[in-house]
Design a binder for this molecule. Structure first.
Ligand SMILES: [Ca+2]
Length: 201
């Protein structure tokens, strides 16, 4: 084996280790159709007459599709309009991370709220974010669940003001935030960076 061939083989092994290592660290998304790649909205739903959602096939940050949401009337309360992914159970003692990619030409606000899906609508780690005109990643991590939360839902409150926003690549998983795990785009960038570093050696 020539030195060049050995070097090439070493590089391939190192590259494979980067790929395998990355895939093993990826958390499991508890949301079906979190990236809207079915081309339809289900099982997501919205409430509030002012909320007009539509899956669109252009401008996505991940894959082909994202969700475009219009709020045509400001709510009396910001929670009067929402985007939800229902049917969950949060396990006692576990923490969860909710990640979403968002952008809004009007820089709307949005409230991330994993919650009890019935009165008193107890939230876990809920936080209001302010979107920007460019796609960016936002996340929260809940405190440990003090008890089993059932029924539970992943809710975004979206009646802060009149405007529109785009959402894509939503993930909800057990544990702390894992950088880059929610974004195929970021993952590719990371691999490209690692590959570039390997080649530079
Ligand atoms: Ca998508």
């Amino acid at each position: 084996m020539t030195k060049t061939r050995f070097t090439m083989l070493s590089l391939l092994v190192m590259f494979a280790m980067v790929v395998v290592g990355h895939s093993h660290s990826a958390p499991v998304n508890l949301l079906a159709n979190g990236n809207f790649e079915s081309g339809a909205m289900a099982p997501w739903s919205t409430y509030g007459a002012m909320i007009k959602p539509e899956v669109v096939s252009s401008g996505a940050i991940e894959g082909k599709y994202c969700l475009h949401v219009v709020c045509d009337t400001k709510g009396a309360n910001f929670w009067d309009g929402g985007l939800q992914h229902a049917g969950h159970i949060f396990d006692q003692g576990k923490i969860y991370t909710l990640v979403a990619f968002l952008k809004s030409p009007q820089k709307l606000q949005i409230n991330f709220k994993p919650e009890l899906a019935q009165d008193p609508w107890t939230g876990y780690g809920d936080k209001v974010m302010t979107m920007t005109e460019s796609w960016a990643e936002y996340y929260i991590t809940t405190p440990p669940m003090p008890n089993t939360v059932n029924p539970a839902t992943v809710t975004f409150h979206i009646a802060f003001d009149v405007g529109e926003f785009y959402i894509d690549n939503v993930q909800f998983y057990e544990g702390e935030y894992v950088p880059g795990a929610s974004s195929a785009v970021q993952s590719k960038d990371k691999l490209a960076t690692a590959w570039g570093q390997i080649k530079a050696k």
